[in-house]
Design a protein around this ligand. Structure first.
Ligand code: C2O
Length: 501
């Protein structure tokens, strides 16, 4: 097992001489130094490499007929007569129910429910019978700046841990408690709610594998962050983000590991073989790629490029399929995840979840993911991808504009324990919401995968000096461009969407 340090770049392995490393890691401070062990088995290079095809995203068919008519026509519970009394049933945005007390024990999507260590009673506490109020964004909010987890200061980490500890210290039935916050995810993902608010009480509400994915999670983190800030009396508190799209952040952030002391952000239900220095796999599909660190980093960057650019040229491919009232999430037709949700998002859930657990708790399953503090830090970076995708300014990179999306709504307890209803349209501008992301380099922007036909000699077609990783000699002179060919591990084409086994 070769070991290499990102800061000192010992010359023990040929991979460590790659100029990419020195470039990317030259700014890592000595205090943040970390070791990366490569599973540098010699036979890695024999692995079949096949990842130049575009991930198969199943796109919604364009239909002249409203899908909801088809559902009715198929003898659903709502006959035509019934429909006239439900004017909202056509073109109605999805809405979480006003009556949160109608929430039911989560049941769906869990194969081993009897071994569900986190429990399936995911409904929120009901504090009053009042309907949720429409949430009004604070005017001129202080901007909370979310730091990259791998660069967070000791002082910040202490504050963040104190906030999570305070959350864990709350009585369990408090809407801000660690458990109640975790249950929100389970309720919205595992059949806790139905679509009664829009006239379909027999159809589940689901926010995954649809265009609700980004906005729902943005709001979820928004309140979670404000609650944490309130608990430690810091109105500027911001969640960290797990910067897995940058090589300096491609390991589980160190602060989440057990440190001998009581660490409130440590979670015992994580894959113990995926702790640092193991490199995260953007294309993780349940088994380790076995790639060397350098190859894995390179593969990760290419996949990021693909999921953010090549496979996400427009609204649907990035956000996921339309999902409106009457659409049944148990029907595969409505399970269309966007490129990031289907890709790196799901990969990280599976990569962190504990394979020894019946349901891959915690991160590996929707019902339990919210119990791991890392969930929110992972989702902060998922959310950052939305912002980056938009800010790239590429034609086609726009949020959905239909009323069905803009007015889709969810219900949360805010930091003042008020039950509020929030709308997608109010979460499009994060500055208005009062948060932003600390800048981090985006190296995948320069990692456009080279598409080539089988057997094509890529090297021959590249101009400039093209080398294999092992042939790169340091130092590389700055007056020449060196292109390095690296092998990439197999990637998963598409994940099963509902569970994250
Ligand atoms: Cu709601 Cu990462 O899943």
């Amino acid at each position: 097992m070769a070991s290499l340090s990102f800061t000192t770049l010992p010359s023990t392995s040929s991979s460590s001489k790659n100029p990419l490393f020195s470039k990317i890691f030259s700014h890592v401070k000595q205090s943040q130094r970390f070791q990366v062990s490569c599973n540098a088995a010699a036979n890695n290079n024999e692995k079949t490499v096949k990842n130049s095809e575009t991930p198969k995203l199943i796109l919604p068919k364009t239909e002249n007929v409203d899908r909801r008519n088809l559902l009715l026509g198929l003898g659903g519970l709502y006959g035509a007569a019934n429909m006239t009394s439900i004017p909202s049933a056509f073109g109605t945005p999805i809405a979480a129910p006003d009556n949160i007390s109608d929430c039911v024990t989560a049941s769906s999507n869990l194969q081993n429910s009897k071994d569900a260590v986190r429990g399936l009673a995911c409904c929120p506490p009901v504090l009053s019978s009042d309907k949720p109020k429409d949430y009004v964004l604070p005017i001129n909010p202080v901007i909370r700046v979310r730091p990259a987890a791998q660069r967070a200061s000791e002082e910040y980490i202490a504050k963040y841990k104190a906030a999570i500890q305070a959350m864990k210290d709350l009585p369990e039935d408090h809407p801000h408690s660690w458990k109640q916050q975790a249950k929100i995810h389970c309720a919205y993902c595992n059949g806790g709610y139905n679509q009664e608010q829009s006239g379909f009480p027999d159809i589940q509400l689901q926010i995954h594998n649809t265009w609700l994915f980004f906005p729902f999670h943005r709001w979820y983190l928004y309140f979670y962050e404000r609650i944490l800030g309130k608990l430690i009396k810091d109105p500027t508190f911001a969640l960290p983000y797990w910067n897995w799209d940058n090589p300096t952040g491609m390991v589980l952030p160190a602060m989440f590991e057990t440190d001998g002391k009581r660490n409130p952000i440590f979670d015992p239900y994580r894959n113990a073989t995926h702790l640092p220095p193991t490199i995260f796999e953007v294309g993780y599909n349940g088994s380790d790629s076995g790639a060397s660190c350098i190859d894995q980093i390179s593969a990760n960057l290419s996949l990021m490029y693909r999921q953010m650019i090549t496979s996400a040229p427009d609204t649907t491919t990035f956000f996921g399929g339309e999902f409106v009232a009457g659409d049944d999430p148990l029907n595969k037709e409505f399970n269309v995840a966007g490129s990031i949700e289907a890709g790196v998002h799901t990969a990280a859930h599976r990569w962190v979840g504990d394979p020894r657990m019946a349901n891959n708790e915690d991160m590996g399953n929707f019902y339990s993911a919210g119990y791991d503090p890392l969930f929110y830090v992972h989702h902060a970076n998922v959310d950052r991808m939305w912002k980056i995708w938009k800010d790239l300014g590429i034609k086609g990179h726009n949020e959905p504009t239909s009323d069905d999306w803009l007015n889709a709504s969810y219900v949360f307890y805010d930091e003042n324990e008020e039950l509020v209803r929030v709308y997608n349209k109010d979460c499009v501008n994060i500055k208005r919401m009062g948060f932003d992301y600390e800048r981090s380099e985006i190296p995948w922007l320069h990692s456009r995968p080279v598409a080539h036909a089988k057997g094509a000699n890529v090297a021959a077609k590249l101009t400039g000096i093209v080398k294999k990783v092992e042939d790169v000699k340091l130092p590389v002179k700055l007056n020449e461009i060196v292109k390095v060919l690296v092998k990439r591990p197999v990637i998963a084409d598409r994940f099963e969407m509902i569970t994250l086994p």
